[in-house]
Design a protein around this ligand. Structure first.
Ligand SMILES: [Zn+2]
Length: 483
């Protein structure tokens, strides 16, 4: 943001602060200590980075449910507060995998295989991925660069090989969740195809680049069920009509799990991403549930799973909504509420939403920010890009005005083991959480539902995806219900 923009906003912030309507005292109960309490548990090493799926993730889910229970919110899942999701995990055989290049066996230390449940026996000349004859063969990529791999994905999908050799001297793909011997399979992933990637590291990388023939053997792996939970709780509205509609306040409670090969620190704690958003959602739920008068509309608090693996929990929710989508008027998704390092956009007191301006939800968040003495900013660079990168997006794709709220997009330990709870700025997080709570409350109190800006070409596309509210059946077909 250019400096003069900032002073203009500061000016409008102080003017707004003078005329702000009285704020609900419930907001004052949202405190730095309470937020710190939640984050320090969720991001503790004991939860081992809350990978999807993992035991640490389930413990976090139980924690959310226990908090919702403490706030006396209505469970909305199929199993109490839990929305049960049944996916599968495929895992390659732990032993018995062999690879030879030009007839010479490769030391198992120098190659790794990605997840595959089926047995594979392949041998023959190695084909280049660009050649047309890749179906059922052993093919190789030129290198392990992201662009090369993404390119190959597109090509191989149409004529799936049996084995894809990737020369990866420095084992760069080791950190990527996509290249692990164990993988979660969901209906929301691109089809995997029955082939595996063999990452040739160290001295095997050069061999994989130059070899003419290869022989690969892998025994059958395993497919096991993976039960996961979105966690859902309802604060039912008080208005006889508007209570049938809901505002969703969400955050993802998963993160990236463990990095066993990282000698210094194996746990990806995910304190700011996104234990902070979860804490902000919990404190919003607690504060609004304690209001003397419940808001007119209902508010659905949603802890989502699998965001780091491709927005899996929110995609699942959008396909299996617990509240009718045509009666869902808005979504505030809370992301990364706790870090305020100096940087282009990360300063104390600031708040923004992704897709700022796409819908009138923007006005609610901006006004709440100003009324709490904050600074509303627009990250012109990330405004549209980040809109598609978090859990608001599957709901936006269903036509619901859905945005992610954040005080800052970037922080030093993003997706690194150093994202730990003592580094968060809880005083700033207190204000950011009060802003989110106030915006949610006002959305739930407002008689008119937020709308997409039809003058904005991007927003218009989302508006067109909204299914019209189902019209009540004509009186004549109404069954004669006993009075
Ligand atoms: Zn996140």
């Amino acid at each position: 943001m250019r400096p003069q923009g900032l002073c203009a906003l500061l000016l409008c912030a102080s003017a707004a602060a003078q005329t702000a309507p009285p704020l609900p005292s419930a907001l004052d109960t949202i405190t730095a200590s309470r937020l710190r309490g939640h984050v320090s548990f969720l991001a503790s090493d004991l939860l081992e980075g809350r990978d999807t799926p993992s035991r640490g993730l389930d413990i976090a889910a139980e924690y959310l449910a226990s908090q919702f229970r403490a706030f006396d919110l209505e469970p909305l899942g199929d199993n109490g507060y839990f929305q049960t999701i049944n996916w599968t995990i495929i895992e390659s055989a732990p032993t018995g995998i062999t690879l030879s290049l030009d007839g010479a066996p490769v030391d198992p230390k120098h190659f790794r295989v990605t997840a595959g449940a089926n047995a594979i026996d392949a041998e023959g000349d190695i084909a280049e991925v660009k050649s047309s004859e890749t179906a059922g063969r052993i093919v190789r990529l030129a290198d392990a660069n992201r662009a090369t791999v993404m390119d190959a994905l597109r090509i191989l999908r149409n004529s799936p090989p049996q084995v894809v050799l990737i020369p990866d001297e420095r084992d760069t793909l080791n950190a990527s969740g996509a290249f692990q011997p164990r993988a979660l399979v969901t209906p929301y992933d691109p089809p995997r195809g029955n082939y595996v990637y063999v990452l040739c590291t160290g001295p095997a990388a050069a061999l994989a680049k130059s070899a003419k023939t290869a022989q690969f053997h892998m025994p059958a792996g395993t497919t096991t069920p993976a039960r996961l939970w979105n966690v859902a709780a309802l604060l039912r509205g008080s208005d006889p009509t508007l209570a049938a509609t809901a505002v969703i306040v969400s955050a993802h409670y998963d993160h990236e799990g463990l990095r066993p090969n990282n000698p210094r620190d194996q746990v990806m704690n995910g304190a700011n991403d996104d234990a902070s958003g979860v804490a902000a959602m919990l404190e919003t739920a607690r504060a609004l549930a304690a209001l003397p008068q419940r808001p007119k509309r209902s508010i659905l608090f949603l802890g989502l799973v699998g965001e780091e693996k491709g927005l899996l929990g929110s995609k699942h929710y959008a396909r299996n909504p617990l509240w009718p989508l045509d009666k869902t008027v808005a979504n505030l998704n809370l992301e990364m509420f706790g870090r305020t390092e100096e940087g282009e956009y990360t300063r104390a007191g600031q708040m923004t939403i992704t897709g700022s301006g796409f819908s009138t939800v923007t006005d609610f968040v901006r006004q709440a920010t100003l009324d709490l003495g904050g600074i509303y900013f627009i990250n012109r660079q990330g405004n549209e890009e980040f809109f598609a990168r978090s859990d608001n997006f599957p709901l936006a794709m269903a036509g619901i005005p859905a945005h992610s709220l954040t005080p800052g997009f970037s922080f030093q330990d993003y997706h690194a083991p150093g994202d730990e709870w003592p580094k968060l700025d809880y005083d700033n997080m207190q204000r950011a959480t009060r802003i989110a709570a106030l915006a949610a409350l006002r959305l739930a109190e407002n008689d008119t539902a937020p709308e997409w800006d039809l003058n904005d070409p991007t927003a218009k596309k989302f508006a067109e995806r909204r299914k019209p509210a189902a019209a009540p059946p004509p009186a004549s077909t109404q069954p004669n219900l006993p009075q």
